[in-house]
Design a protein. Structure first.
Length: 482
């Protein structure tokens, strides 16, 4: 083992200080040989260069009179632990000795203590341990049973990483439903172009066309998507007002209810067109507005006599994309509410397979403040979904704005670069085992590096996300040609 330094000063049970004999990086793994338990894995949480250059001598540097500068590189290492005979990770209960040698940890020790397994039957391969060639696999059962959050600022790589995760879930034939507000995930159908990076990660281009079904409330904007419709009869008048884009419930709810009742008596299989005609026949400004808005709803074709069937929407081993591109935000909320509650109800009854429900832009659908139509059902799924094999994956660039109860129910977190102080605070508060050093590192993570917490690991780890096998669809729009 290569020596990197020695322990000095007071030694604690959780961390120790070391004088470094060679440069290392924050986040590097080191090891200390313990008399009782053998090699113990530790991680560098902080680094500092100490020097004897004081202010006065610094001022004299310019005229060459400062003399020699003596520097030392100091580090703080956090003790992760060792695996005992039963395979349990433990920390020594007696502090290491001051003066003890600190070594660069070997990959074998890192893999053993962190619990990194190659090709486990239930593993989703998301990338390599940063600066190592060890695979990071997330336990799929944990993901689906215990919920996941993907957190990063815009452009931090959330959709890319989620694409990686969905590729893995599809390879394991896990059923997924993805709420896709920007229509980014259709590109999972096509293989990615070959790139040198794929080699290092052992990734081969692969498309998933046969395992992707796409639906959209507005297929005219989203070619390739089948129409998503809901049953008009199962839409209550308040919901209908939202579909109509009318917020003044007091003015419109009564007249709309009357119209619905009259139309339903005349024809139990009524359509939106029947409602338009009823509004035409009525007089007054309210009826006129209702007619105009009902015509708009008719055009959207979102509400029909029979809605999209559950079996069309959810198929075992298939990822269903609910493409909401071009759909008004309040209608998006209704769509998400209807889909989430249908999935939850039918999952309870065992009518759909266990599934993974991904919500992109989750801060819009389960906000901390305000009353999004779908907040309640998403909170229910977050707190109870695991009992029924309905896993939730909340993706957001605003950790501070998403409902805290949803965030705290996600036991696997995939965190990419986050710089907003409020978001960082929300993350630090909702995640156990996150050290100050890690919170600082989150702010400067390069694109493509994620901090993984949970997912079957007892300690957070940094992972270089593997390249996509399928094409990434979230490319930013070029404003000026390069
Ligand atoms: N792991 C990665 N490897 C290579 N490029 C990446 C990776 N993650 C993200 N990118 C690049 O960064 C851009 C932004 O990523 P994206 O996932 O769309 O961000 P977000 O969804 O967080 O806004 C993408 O267009 C992609 O090219
Ligand atoms: Mg995105």
């Amino acid at each position: 083992m290569e020596e990197v330094g020695r322990i000095y000063g007071d030694v604690g049970l959780g961390q120790f200080h070391l004088l470094l004999a060679r440069p290392v990086e924050r986040g590097d793994y080191v090891a200390v040989e313990d008399e009782l338990h053998g090699k113990v894995l530790c991680q560098l949480d902080d680094l500092r260069r100490k020097s004897d250059l004081d202010l006065e001598r610094a001022g004299a540097l310019g005229n060459g009179e400062a003399g020699a500068i003596h520097e030392s590189l100091l580090g703080v290492a956090r003790i992760i632990g060792y695996r005992d005979a039963q395979g349990v990770v433990k920390c020594p209960t007696i502090p290491f000795r001051s003066g003890a040698h600190v070594f660069l940890a070997e990959e074998e020790l890192i893999a053993e203590v962190l619990g990194l397994k190659h090709h486990s039957a239930t593993g989703a391969y998301v990338g390599l341990l940063r600066n190592h060639s060890l695979k990071v696999e997330l336990d799929i059962n944990q993901l689906v049973q215990r919920h996941v959050s993907v957190l990063a600022k815009t452009g931090g790589g959330k959709s890319y990483l989620l694409g990686v995760l969905i590729e893995e879930l599809l390879r394991h034939k896990v059923t997924c439903v993805i709420i896709d507000p920007h229509g980014e995930y259709g590109s999972l159908r096509s293989p990615a172009e070959k790139s040198p990076a794929q080699g290092r990660f052992g990734v081969e281009p692969q498309g998933f066309a046969r395992q992707i079904h796409e639906f959209s409330p507005d297929p005219s904007l989203n070619p390739g998507a089948k129409p998503l419709t809901f049953s008009l009869r199962n839409t209550d008048p308040r919901e209908l007002l939202v579909f109509m884009g009318l917020t003044n419930v007091k003015n419109y709810l009564g007249p709309l209810k009357q119209m619905l009742e009259a139309v339903a008596v005349a024809n139990p299989e009524y359509t939106v067109h029947d409602l338009v005609r009823a509004a035409e026949a009525a007089e007054g400004a309210v009826a006129e507005t209702l007619r105009e808005r009902l015509e708009y709803v008719e055009q959207t074709r979102l509400l029909g006599p029979v809605g999209t069937s559950l079996h069309e929407l959810v198929e075992e081993g298939v990822a269903t994309l609910v493409n909401l591109r071009g759909v008004a935000p309040d209608v998006q909320e209704l769509v998400v509410a209807r889909i989430a509650s249908t999935l939850f109800d039918n999952r309870k009854k065992g009518k759909v397979p266990p599934l993974f429900l991904v919500i992109e832009e989750a801060h819009n659908f389960a906000p901390q403040q305000g009353t999004a139509t779908c907040s309640r059902i998403l909170k229910n799924i977050a707190s109870e979904g695991r009992k029924f094999g309905l896993g939730l994956c909340a993706v957001t660039q605003r950790a501070a704005r998403i409902d805290k109860s949803v965030l705290s129910q996600c036991t696997t977190q995939l965190i990419l670069q986050v710089t907003n102080p409020l978001d960082l605070k929300a993350i630090a508060q909702s995640i156990e085992g996150l050290t100050d050093g890690m919170t600082q590192m989150i702010q400067s993570l390069p694109v493509g590096v994620a901090l993984v917490t949970g997912g079957g690991y007892h300690t957070p780890l940094f992972c270089e996300v593997r390249p996509r096998a399928s094409r990434h669809g979230g490319e930013s729009v070029q404003i000026v040609a390069a």
